[in-house]
Ligand binder design. Structure first.
Ligand code: SF4
Length: 719
């Protein structure tokens, strides 16, 4: 039984926020406002070993009825306001709005937008709902804005994308970590202990970041390239690897293809050119190569810095090429990995809410994949829609050929690039439905708002940044008036004529997901709730034993009699990569400028990111008192030299202006940033919304927007 009923029982579960998915215990601590829980450590869970950041510790605050939505809201045509409604009224209105839009404009006029915070069961059901009930190809999710470039680059090079192809614990035991564009000391603080242990074990840490972040302060070597030039930086390092004879020829011959073209591309990026492009001095490039190659094992880990660029796939590809050329991939304690951001950023991209994918991380345009999944769903494969648009393209089409949108677990009014334009597109919709826990900035624009249950109120699985499938357990009932996302989708499916196939019990959904994923790249068919509970998580791929179809009867660790259960796969690629011939692929990449270079009108580079006390669009964390007190609003970080030139004092409000708009926030003057760059966190709406400024230029491979680099000017606000 995964639900605690005794007042003193501790329910073992996981944090609702980031991709580390820290283990935590929840104990009932009912108070004057009704049922409640408090967080207690769960030291036996291996990833965070009891440690939590402030976001995780305070997560129960949002469970209180006063802190969140508890009643459906519908737009009153007379007053124009959102007013309370009962569930039947709200769901009837949603079903009618979606049905009417499809009937008048065609099925692809109905869009669906999901989130990387949804559990695997929800992501799976949302994708199925879009394709089977709505019959639309227009579904994507906010994970496209998170790590899609790394996913595309890993798929290209290794034939498979799993954020980290090894457990996080390996990071502490390798010889050198090259961490590119990650400030994990703030974004996932318990993970910092692995870097601390790395150094205690004699390992070396190189951090690449235009800012001297709390993470960069831990580094043996900090390289601070100009934003948008880390592709050139990786090529410069690879050039030196070749020039200094540090390639692993045996590995290149036995386990890779395509090295000559990648080598030629790197040799065109000589160190002095790379210094000019990046601002990183040649001696630092040489030092980085020495640290990386002198270690007996080494890793490159990337996060949003290199990934959120209009050349993100090639940038990550350049870092992968460095690993491959030096034989630092597909070996114990070596390799490339992506530190995925959102809570279920990994699982969210595997189960079919992505525009181009079906469950099991299958391609939607693969006829065999369509046949398999259609068979599980009991539909005609030819009736399944084809691939749709990527997230920004979908948002940009709202009010155009996409006339209605069902949005779950996302707040694009704050988190999308060129956010003022996205907000305008959302306002242009005929019909918007938002299912959310809180009345987010996007929910404010909806025609119907559906209040849904949260992490501690419902059971479900997530897959953390290591590919470890985890079980979040229900610790208390949702407040009266709140339903789960699965209940919402089941209720809508029934109203739209699909009375079966949309169970509301998460374990029942997971059993179907197992069958749908069987044989796919992300194979969950050997994983059950019972196994996850018994083993503290199971790494995919984990196929079911081949001699029997998967059934709910296959319990903890158990395959059919005499057939051992698959143990799961903590480490990928040790024998072969997931390409048809088992060899990794070099993709030759070359430096190119950011989509938007600085010029006389916009002379400074803006880069954006996250801070310790807030999470993503801030829709949840801005409502938690302690987090809001710690980081109450946006700011603009700038170097004293830039501040002097502009005559700006610390704390003084400034306007940051890009070609897309203007944001106003107080200046924070610090030497921890390059003089040619400013930084803004993106967690807030309104006048200080950083994403008003960001550039929606898209990576042609992944569809990732260029969040991390755009050209701006800073204006003083005199008077
Ligand atoms: Fe939650 Fe991430 Fe903080 Fe862990 S690091 S407590 S998963 S927000």
């Amino acid at each position: 039984d995964t639900v605690a009923t005794a007042a003193t029982a501790t329910v073992e579960t996981h944090c609702p926020y980031c991709a580390l998915q820290c283990g935590m215990g929840l104990q009932r601590a009912d108070g004057p406002d009704g049922p409640a829980v408090e967080v207690v450590p769960r030291p036996a869970f291996p990833v965070n070993r009891g440690a939590l950041c402030g976001k995780g510790r305070t997560a129960p605050e949002l469970l209180a009825p006063g802190a969140r939505l508890t009643v459906p809201l519908v737009r009153d045509p007379a007053s124009g306001a959102l007013v309370p409604a009962d569930w039947d009224t709200a769901l009837d209105r949603v079903a009618e709005g979606l049905r009417r839009t499809g009937a008048v404009y065609g099925r692809d006029a109905v869009g669906v937008f999901g989130g990387g915070g949804l559990t695997n069961e929800k992501a799976y059901t949302l994708g199925k709902f879009a394709r089977v009930v709505l019959g639309t190809s227009q579904i994507d999710y906010n994970g496209r804005f998170c790590m899609s470039s790394a996913a595309a680059a890993q798929g290209r090079a290794f034939g498979l994308d799993r954020g980290l192809p090894f457990p996080l614990a390996d990071v502490a035991r390798t010889g050198c970590v090259l961490l590119v564009g990650s400030n994990l000391a703030e974004t996932m603080p318990p993970a910092l202990r692995y870097l601390t242990e790395l150094k205690e074990n004699g390992g070396r840490l190189i951090v690449v970041d235009p800012r001297r972040t709390r993470t960069a302060e831990q580094a043996d070597l900090h390289l601070a390239p100009r934003p948008g030039t880390d592709l050139a930086l990786a090529l410069g390092l690879l050039h030196l690897v070749v020039a200094e004879g540090r390639t692993d020829e045996e590995f290149l011959a036995a386990r890779t293809r395509g090295w000559p073209a990648a080598r030629a591309a790197a040799m065109a990026h000589w160190p002095e050119l790379v210094e000019r492009l990046t601002g990183v001095p040649v001696p630092q490039l040489r030092e980085a190569v020495a640290l990386f190659c002198d270690a007996s094992s080494s890793m490159v880990l990337t996060a949003r810095g290199p990934e959120q660029q209009a050349k993100g796939t090639d940038t990550v590809g350049a870092w992968i090429n460095l690993c491959l050329a030096t034989g630092r991939a597909g070996r114990e304690l070596s390799g490339y990995g992506c530190l995925t951001g959102q809570g279920n950023g990994q699982g969210g991209r595997e189960h079919g809410q992505k525009a181009d994918q079906l469950p099991g991380y299958r391609r939607l345009d693969d006829p065999a994949a369509r046949r398999h999944v259609a068979g599980v769903w009991g539909v005609d494969p030819d009736a399944l829609p084809g691939p749709g648009r990527s997230a920004y393209e979908l948002l940009d089409a709202l009010g155009g050929d996409v006339r209605a949108l069902l949005l779950m677990g996302s707040n694009p009014v704050v988190s999308a690039p060129r956010a003022a334009h996205v907000e305008e597109r959302i306002r242009a919709l005929d019909f918007l439905v938002v299912a959310d826990v809180v009345r987010s900035e996007t929910a404010e624009l909806a025609d119907v708002v559906l209040p849904v249950a949260q992490w501690a109120e419902e059971t479900g699985t997530t897959t953390n940044l290591e590919g470890r499938v985890l079980l979040r357990r229900r610790a208390l009932d949702p407040p009266p008036g709140v339903r789960t996302d699965l209940e919402v989708l089941g209720g809508l499916a029934a109203r739209l004529g699909q009375r079966t196939g949309f169970p509301t019990d998460p374990e029942e959904v997971f059993e179907e997901l197992r069958r749908a994923s069987a044989g796919g790249p992300a194979d969950y068919s050997g994983i059950s709730y019972a196994r996850i509970a018994a083993e503290d998580g199971v790494f995919w791929p984990c196929p079911a034993p081949p001699t029997r179809a998967v059934t709910g009867a296959q319990a903890a660790g158990g395959g059919p009699a005499g057939v051992p259960a698959h143990p799961g796969t903590p480490r990928l690629f040790l024998d072969r990569f997931a390409t048809p011939d088992g060899r990794a692929r070099f993709v030759p990449v070359t430096h190119r400028p950011a989509d938007e270079e600085t010029d006389a009108g916009y002379p400074v580079v803006l880069t954006t990111g996250r801070v310790l006390a807030q999470y993503q669009s801030g829709a949840q964390t801005r409502r938690v008192a302690a987090l809001n007190a710690a980081e109450p609003g946006p700011y603009v970080e700038l170097h004293p030299r830039l501040a002097d030139r502009l005559g700006v004092a610390d704390g003084e409000p400034v306007a940051v202006v890009s070609r897309r708009g203007r944001a106003v926030a107080p200046a924070r003057v610090t030497r921890a940033i390059r003089p040619d760059t400013v930084f803004m966190p993106f967690h807030w709406p309104g006048a200080g919304r950083a994403n008003t400024l960001t550039n929606p230029a898209l990576d042609p491979v992944s569809g990732m927007p260029e969040f991390k680099v755009c050209a701006v000017r800073i204006e003083r606000l005199d008077g």
